[in-house]
Design a protein around this ligand. Structure first.
Ligand code: ADP
Ligand code: ZN
Length: 517
C-alpha cells in the first residue's frame, strides 16, 4: 500500500492499519478495477469505498437501499471531515447538494437505486468528475438473494456509461448463487471477488430440537450470567418469554429481563435498548430487528427460539454475540413446525423467488439436522473451506450417536396412512406403541396392523423420526397439525432410501456441559 493511502487511513479515519481484506479491496479499487467485496458485518466495509473516495479525484457515488442507513453513513463520514451529501426524498437541501457536486466539492454522494437510475441523475453526473461507484448491500440486485430490490437491476446502464470508473459492490451476505448473480448483474469480472473470513472462533454454536422451550431457554440463561439476547419469532412471543425468564434467579435476586419489538411505544423501546447496552447481566427478549446497529461488544449469548429466515440471517444475528472476542454462545432451537410454516409461506411469494426460498430452507435443514460440525456448515455456506471439525460447537464437543431409523420411519408412515392421514404425532405414537386409550379404541385403531408394532427401545425414535420426515418432505401437516404423507414418503416406504438419524445428546449430559463452561 502506498504511503499517501496510509496517510489518509491515519489522518482522516484515525486507524493505524487496515483490517482483514480492506487493503486488498482498497488497492484494487485504487487501481481502477471492478470489485465485489463480501465482508461480514463489522468487518469495515464503509472504509473500502470511503477511503478511495477521499484519495481519488472526483466524487464517489454510493448507491444504498435505505434512507436511514444512508443518513447514518453520512453522519459518520461528515464527522470525519469527509465532504458528503445525500439526495433522498427526505433531504431538503437538494439545490445546495447539486451545486456542491457541480463545483467538485463532494467526495461522497449517497443516492437510492431508483434515483441513481433516473435520467435526471445521469445528467447531473455529466456535470462533474466521478471517481467511482460504490454499490452497498449489493445482494439486493439478486432475485436469488433474500432482499431483492428490483431497482438495483436498473443500475447497470448507469455503471456502463462510465466504463473507466471502477465499481465496488459490497455485501455481508451472499451465498454462492447470489454472488454469481451480483457479478453478472453488475458486470464485475470473476477475479474481482474478494471474500473476507467469516469465522467467529469464539462463538460456540449449538442447535437443539425444541422440547419444553421455556425450560430449555431457562436452563441456558441460568448457566450464562452475562448479557444475552433471546430472539423470539413474534412480538407477543418476546413479551411472554420475558415474563417467564424474569422469574429466574439472578445475581441481585431476580434476573433482569426486558422485551423489545417494533410494536412497543418508541420511548419504551429506547429505554429498554439503553438499559441493555448499559447492563452486564440483562436478557433481552426481542424480535430480530433488535441488535441491528447497536454496539454492545460483550453480549455473551444469543438464543433463537425458532428457525431464522436464512443461514445469512442466522450468521448475522448470532454474530451479535462475543464481538469482544471473549467466549460466547449461540443456541438455536427448532421444531418441525418451523419448517412446515416456512414451506407454507413459499406458496405465497412470487414464483421467480420460490427457488431461492426453497434453497434457503433446505440449507437451514442441513444446519439443524447435521451430526457433524455446525461451524463447517456455516463457513462452507459462505464459500470457505473449513476443517471438518472446529472443536467449539455442540457436535464437535459431544459427537452425537447416529442410528439407522429406516424401519421406524416406515412404521410411522404406515401408521399415518392407515389411520387416514389426519392425526397428530401423539395419537400416532399411542397407536404404534399399542396403547388402548379412548381415542384409539373409538376409532378402531387398535385393530389396525400397525397397532403396537413399535418396540419399547424404538419409542424414543418416533418424534425425532417425525421431525426428520417432515424436513425431508416425506411427511406434511394439514392445517390442524395432522400428519399426511408427502412426496418423499414413497421412496422410504419402498426401502429405496435409508433414514439415518442423529440422536441429540441426553438432557443430563447437556446440563453437565453447561456447568463446565
Ligand atoms: P460494516 O459496514 O462492514 O458492518 P463498518 O464499516 O460499520 O462495518 O465498520 C465497523 C467498525 O469497524 C466501525 O466502528 C469502524 O470504525 C471500524 N473499523 C473499520 N476499519 C477499521 C480499521 N482498519 N481499523 C480499526 N477499526 C476499523
Ligand atoms: Zn464444530
Amino acid at each position: 500500500m502506498t504511503q499517501p493511502i496510509l496517510d489518509v487511513l491515519h489522518d482522516t479515519f484515525g486507524f493505524s492499519a487496515f483490517r482483514g481484506v480492506q487493503d486488498q479491496v482498497v488497492s484494487r479499487v485504487m487501481a481502477g478495477r471492478n470489485t465485489l467485496a463480501i465482508m461480514p458485518t463489522g468487518a469495515g466495509k464503509s472504509l473500502c469505498y470511503q477511503l478511495p473516495a477521499v484519495a481519488l479525484d472526483g466524487c464517489c457515488v454510493v448507491i444504498s437501499p435505505l434512507i436511514a442507513l444512508m443518513h447514518d453513513q453520512l453522519r459518520a463520514a461528515t464527522a470525519l471531515g469527509i465532504r458528503a451529501a445525500s439526495l433522498t426524498s427526505v433531504d431538503a437541501d437538494w439545490q445546495e447538494t447539486q451545486d456542491r457536486f457541480r463545483a467538485g466539492e463532494l467526495d461522497l454522494l449517497y443516492v437510492a437505486p431508483e434515483r441513481a437510475s433516473s435520467e435526471g441523475f445521469r445528467n447531473l453526473l455529466g456535470r462533474a468528475p466521478i471517481s467511482m461507484f460504490a454499490i452497498d448491500e449489493a445482494h439486493c440486485v439478486s432475485e436469488w438473494g433474500h432482499d431483492f430490490r428490483p431497482d438495483y437491476r436498473l443500475l447497470r446502464p448507469l455503471l456502463d456509461s462510465f466504463p473507466d470508473r471502477p465499481r465496488l459492490a459490497l455485501t455481508a451476505t451472499a451465498d454462492a448463487h447470489t454472488r454469481e448473480d451480483i457479478l453478472k448483474q453488475l458486470g464485475i469480472e470473476r477475479d474481482g471477488m474478494i471474500i473476507a473470513g467469516f469465522d467467529r472462533p469464539n462463538i460456540r454454536y449449538a442447535v437443539h430440537p425444541r422440547d419444553g422451550l421455556t425450560r430449555q431457554i431457562g436452563d441456558l440463561v441460568s448457566a450464562n450470567p452475562g448479557p444475552g439476547i433471546v430472539y423470539a419469532q413474534t412480538r407477543a412471543g418476546t413479551e411472554k418469554l420475558a415474563e417467564q425468564l424474569a422469574k429466574l434467579p439472578g445475581p441481585g435476586g431476580k434476573r433482569q429481563v426486558r422485551a423489545y419489538h417494533a410494536g412497543m411505544p418508541p420511548e419504551v423501546r429506547r429505554a429498554n435498548q439503553d438499559a441493555f447496552i448499559a447492563s452486564e447481566d440483562m436478557v433481552m427478549c426481542a424480535t430480530v430487528a433488535f441488535g441491528m446497529g447497536i454496539d454492545k461488544p460483550d453480549v455473551r449469548f444469543v438464543v433463537h427460539a425458532g428457525l431464522p429466515k436464512s443461514i445469512e440471517g442466522y450468521y448475522q444475528e448470532s454474530g451479535r454475540a462475543g464481538r469482544d472476542g471473549e467466549p460466547a454462545e449461540a443456541h438455536l432451537f427448532w421444531g418441525a413446525d418451523d419448517f412446515a410454516r416456512a414451506r407454507m409461506r413459499i406458496g405465497e411469494i412470487e414464483p421467480e423467488r420460490q427457488a431461492g426460498e426453497r434453497a434457503r430452507i433446505s440449507a437451514l435443514g442441513a444446519l439443524v439436522e447435521t451430526g457433524s460440525c455446525r461451524r463447517a456448515i456455516l463457513l462452507r455456506h459462505f464459500g470457505e473451506s473449513p476443517p471438518e471439525t472446529c472443536g467449539n460447537c455442540d457436535n464437535c464437543l459431544n459427537p452425537p450417536a447416529s442410528v439407522d431409523a429406516t424401519q421406524t420411519a416406515r412404521k410411522l408412515l404406515s401408521a399415518v396412512y392407515r389411520t387416514g392421514q389426519s392425526f397428530g404425532i401423539g395419537h400416532l405414537e399411542a397407536v404404534l406403541r399399542g396403547q388402548t386409550n379412548d381415542k384409539v379404541t373409538q376409532r378402531g385403531h387398535d385393530r389396525l396392523s400397525v397397532f403396537g408394532i413399535v418396540q419399547d427401545d424404538e419409542v424414543a425414535l418416533i418424534k425425532p423420526v417425525a421431525r426428520a420426515l417432515l424436513l425431508r418432505d416425506a411427511l406434511d401437516t394439514n392445517e390442524h397439525g395432522g400428519l399426511m404423507l408427502g412426496p418423499g414418503a414413497r421412496a422410504i416406504l419402498r426401502d429405496e432410501v435409508q433414514l439415518s438419524l442423529v440422536l441429540p445428546p441426553k438432557r443430563a449430559k447437556r446440563g453437565r456441559r453447561g456447568s463446565d463452561d
